[in-house]
Design a protein around this ligand. Structure first.
Ligand code: FES
Ligand code: MG
Length: 576
């Protein structure tokens, strides 16, 4: 392998020349107390840190960044920390999805505009993983991903609590009048009791697992619990490794091949992944010049069984258990028939080497492929006259009797209307109804919020109903569950067929045949379409305006059209 020489370093353009520009750069680094011993001939490594005071999942990044820096110093690099927007899933309104592409742009331009040779990305909370990877992939410098790691298991009176999933579950119990105020406060204090990301198989753990599976983290990094000392060591090892990646010129383009993305999809399926993974992986892959579509997910889901028995697809375990059971290398060691083992990772070595010695230590947490928790994969892509460009359902997380179901629609035009009416005692609804929420997509939400797990009407909750067929152009949290059909494309707000559904129309769902249809004649739909008028764009100025001008639909990954790699050749920084 040819190695770069110090004069080849991108940072040398800022530091090495004997000219006035470089004098300016050097003198300003000296202003901070550095000198040539810090920078001369050394890879400058940007650490994009998504820590903030409003980001509980990344609270430890405030100090973990020092562990990353330690590794970079040890390997002879020069670390610089560049804060990036943090996107706390639990705090940012109206939805972090509105800002995923903003963080991607932030990451790309931070890298492009600074004198850096390589990048460490520190993220984990939901959108931060795809956003950082999208931006850094477009920037194209060698990079390594440091996942925040899952938080510890929740605990309430000896009961294990899972992020999100148990919030919804106990909230339904509370709505049914079965949980006291005092107990509810205790649940609140017990469900998130350490830093780190949601410890169910939500979007965070799904996306960090995918980051590892496509080769962008050190092997075994993604499932290490955030408070575990192994996590500190992983941070330092990642710091050491990125310096060598610069010398080896191991760019994301060399790692993020089609084979790598197929590995990512295989792992996502075996993990019982969050439905959000589809949108993010499509967008990430396209940044890498790999054309992944909804059908790649559906094909994989028919072949790869769900073997990670982690909630919400599994019934008991959480990410902490998954780590003790062998983590992602353990899981991948059971999927070798489905993986491209020659794909290289940030180690510069093939995946097969990363899996040497990988083992499973608990067959109930990581199941053998012949004893899966769900034989047919995590996700199904449906099409039909309601969703010509596709939509998704997570069969592994819904009651089996709903996999084939026909029922009358109960339509809510937007989320406020849903919220105002869903708990009315006189709502005309049965458990056979299909609850429909529209105008909750990329344009309509705006930002495609996680409203897709529509609440079960209170009057049905009181009768013991806990699942129903629900249909929307929204997303749903990876920690959610139920017979929820999501990401209907095109969305209602831009005139997709979902805009034409009326209360009482019969809707037919058939997961085995991958169909979702409205049983209304083409002539009647055409008549309704002629009556439909487009609502105004959501924003008149600012970032939101830009968002509505350029956002793509869910089946295309919700990237901005002008950021997709295919849009044009990347623009390098000008000579200085
Ligand atoms: Fe941060 Fe769930 S809120 S990962
Ligand atoms: Mg989430």
């Amino acid at each position: 392998m040819t190695r770069k020489s110090p004069s080849d370093l991108r940072s040398a353009r800022w530091f090495a020349a004997d000219d006035l520009r470089s004098f300016g750069h050097r003198s300003r680094w000296m202003q901070m107390g550095y000198d040539a011993a810090d920078w001369a001939g050394k890879p400058m490594i940007a650490i994009l840190n998504t820590w903030s005071d409003a980001q509980p999942c990344h609270a430890h990044f405030k100090t973990r960044v020092e562990d990353v820096k330690r590794g970079i110093f040890q390997a002879g690099g020069f670390p610089i920390e560049l804060p990036a927007i943090s996107l706390s899933e639990s705090n940012v309104k109206p939805t972090t999805m509105l800002y995923r592409n903003l963080l991607a742009m932030d990451a790309e331009e931070l890298i492009r505009s600074h004198s850096v040779d390589g990048v460490v990305l520190m993220g984990g909370c939901d959108k931060t993983t795809p956003a950082l990877l999208m931006g850094a992939t477009s920037a194209g410098l060698p990079m390594i991903y440091v996942p925040a790691g899952p938080m510890l298991r929740g605990n309430w009176k000896g009961n294990v609590l899972g992020s999100g999933s148990d919030a919804w579950k106990y909230w339904d119990e509370r709505r049914a009048g079965k949980i006291s105020d005092a107990d509810w406060t205790e649940v609140e204090a017990g469900i998130a009791r350490s830093y780190g990301v949601c410890m169910t198989m939500g979007t965070a753990s799904t996306m960090t697992a995918i980051a590892e599976a496509i080769g962008m983290t050190l092997p075994g990094a993604s499932a290490i619990p955030a408070p575990d000392a192994n996590h500190i060591r992983m941070c330092t090892q990642s710091g050491r490794r990125i310096v060598d990646m610069v010398w080896e010129d191991l760019t994301p383009a060399r790692i993020q091949t089609r084979a790598a993305y197929e590995n990512g999809i295989t792992v996502a399926m075996a993990m019982g992944c969050s439905t959000n993974a589809i949108i993010h992986v499509i967008a990430m892959a396209r940044r890498a010049g790999v054309d992944i579509t909804l059908d790649d997910f559906d094909n994989a889901s028919r072949k790869v069984p769900v073997i990670a028995n982690v909630r919400p697809s599994g019934d008991t375990y959480l990410m902490e258990d998954f780590f003790y059971a062998g983590g992602l290398p353990g899981l991948m060691s059971r999927l070798t028939d489905h993986l491209h083992l020659g794909a290289i990772t940030v180690t510069g070595r093939p995946l097969s080497e990363a899996l040497e010695g990988a083992a499973v230590y608990n067959d109930d947490v990581i199941r053998p492929v012949d004893n899966p928790i769900y034989a047919e994969g995590a996700l199904a892509v449906l099409r039909g006259n309601l969703a010509p460009d596709g939509c998704v359902i997570k069969p592994s997380a819904c009651a089996p009797r709903f996999l084939k179901h026909t029922g009358p629609a109960l339509v809510f035009d937007d989320y406020p209307t849903l919220k105002a009416n869903i708990d009315r005692d006189d709502l005309e609804v049965t458990e056979d109804h299909v609850l429909v929420l529209r105008n909750a997509g990329p344009h309509g939400g705006p930002g495609m919020p996680e409203w897709g797990m529509l609440p079960i009407p209170k009057k049905l909750v009181k009768q013991g109903v806990r699942d129903m067929v629900r249909l929307s152009d929204a997303r749903m949290s990876g920690t959610s569950y139920g017979a929820c059909i999501l990401h209907v494309s095109p969305e209602a707000y831009i005139g997709g067929p979902l805009a034409l559904v009326r209360t009482g129309d019969m809707i037919a769902l058939d997961v085995a045949n991958r169909r979702i249809d409205i049983e209304v004649s083409e002539a009647e739909l055409a008549r309704r379409r002629a009556e439909w008028t487009a609502p105004p764009k959501r924003y008149e100025r600012g970032y939101g305006w830009m968002f509505t001008q350029h956002i793509r639909q869910a089946n295309d990954g919700c990237d901005f059209d002008f950021l997709e790699t295919q849009f044009g050749a990347p623009v390098d920084e000008p000579a200085i």
